[in-house]
Design a protein around this ligand. Structure first.
Ligand code: ADP
Length: 309
């Protein structure tokens, strides 16, 4: 069967309730004077919308509650050009993240995962079977349970789909997920949880194809077995909010791999996508279109060519 999607994201979808406050409350403290913003979020939905913004045909496999938040998320996905046909309804409230942000941009986040944790193996297999083929790149995050992660990994191994695994929030990964991952995209903190003292080389030894460690404003370190470490320098950004930069990065890598770019070029494409995504508040507002990413990549080409004259 020919794939109907370039990118299939298997992951979370949430409503984010963001409250901006003068300072974050301590235990037992009430801080008044906040301002509420209701956003759409969840790493999976963020990555799906990021990939669609880059021009890819994208399907999302996720679980929502049968409630107003779930209906609003479906509507938002449709409006963002994401195929939500494989988003299932389950008997739990749609996931909600309460995000408190102080005037310095420091945050504290509480998540009620709800429906996301009821995304099961059969729903993942059915969603992938309907949308993914050998050329499809699958993106998975860890705001869903292990059953869903394992089902996606097994599908990718069997069908020959490349898997970009964005391991946040970090927890130890099932072996099959390590073997299936073409690219793992942890930040430093996530890498520590996933790999412990063995670090990225330990993950490569467990079967991961490549580990792209995201370093925020310092760019990316790319580890591959038998190949010297590659440092992908950051792209300049007027960063105002780095929420969702990692989701945008993973989506950018996936889209570039689907385009046929080699891995280092795909990681640079992801880094440019991540940099642009930091330039307004919230995870979604600054997600770039392909043209903006290409323009940023083009501007850097002369530097890269310098050593060769
Ligand atoms: P996460 O949100 O998972 O912690 P990062 O903050 O490391 O992920 O961001 C992912 C990628 O986005 C980075 O590796 C980098 O390429 C890009 N990026 C993030 N923040 C900035 C920034 N301030 N300036 C330039 N690029 C950035």
């Amino acid at each position: 069967m020919s794939p109907t999607a370039d990118i299939v994201v298997v992951g979370s979808a949430n409503v984010d309730l963001v409250i901006r406050l003068a300072h974050l409350p301590g235990a037992g403290e009430t801080v008044t004077g906040g301002e509420l913003h209701r956003d759409f979020g969840g790493k999976g939905a963020n990555a799906a919308v990021a990939a669609a913004r880059l021009g890819a045909r994208v399907a999302l496999v996720a679980a929502l509650g049968d409630d107003a938040d779930g209906a609003a998320i479906r509507e938002d996905l449709r409006g963002s050009g994401v195929d939500a046909g494989a988003v299932v309804g389950v008997d739990a409230p749609t996931g909600v993240a309460t995000v408190l942000v102080d005037e310095h941009g420091e945050n504290a986040i509480a998540v009620a995962s709800g429906a996301n944790l009821l995304l099961d193996g059969p729903a993942v297999r059915a969603g992938l079977a309907g949308a993914a083929g050998p050329g499809t790149v699958v993106v998975v995050d860890l705001e869903i349970g292990d059953e869903a992660v394992v089902a996606a990994a097994e599908y990718c191994l069997a069908a020959g789909c490349r898997l970009v695994l964005d391991p946040g929030p970090a927890r130890r990964l099932p072996d099959v997920a390590l073997r299936a991952a073409a690219v793992l995209t942890p930040n430093r903190g996530e890498l520590d949880v996933l790999a412990g003292p063995a670090g990225a080389p330990g993950l490569l030894a467990a079967g991961v194809g490549a580990v792209a460690v995201t370093l925020g404003a310092d760019g990316v370190e790319l580890h591959q077995a038998g190949v010297p470490l590659v440092r992908v320098l950051p792209f300049p950004a007027d960063a105002v909010d780095t929420t969702g930069a990692g989701d945008a990065f993973a989506a950018g890598v996936a889209v570039a791999l689907h385009d046929g770019r080699p891995l280092v070029a795909a990681v640079a494409f992801g880094a440019a996508t991540g940099a642009l995504a930091t330039q307004s508040h919230g995870a979604r507002a600054a997600l770039p279109r392909r043209q903006a990413v290409e323009a940023l990549l083009d501007r850097r080409l002369p530097d890269r060519k310098l050593p060769h004259g």
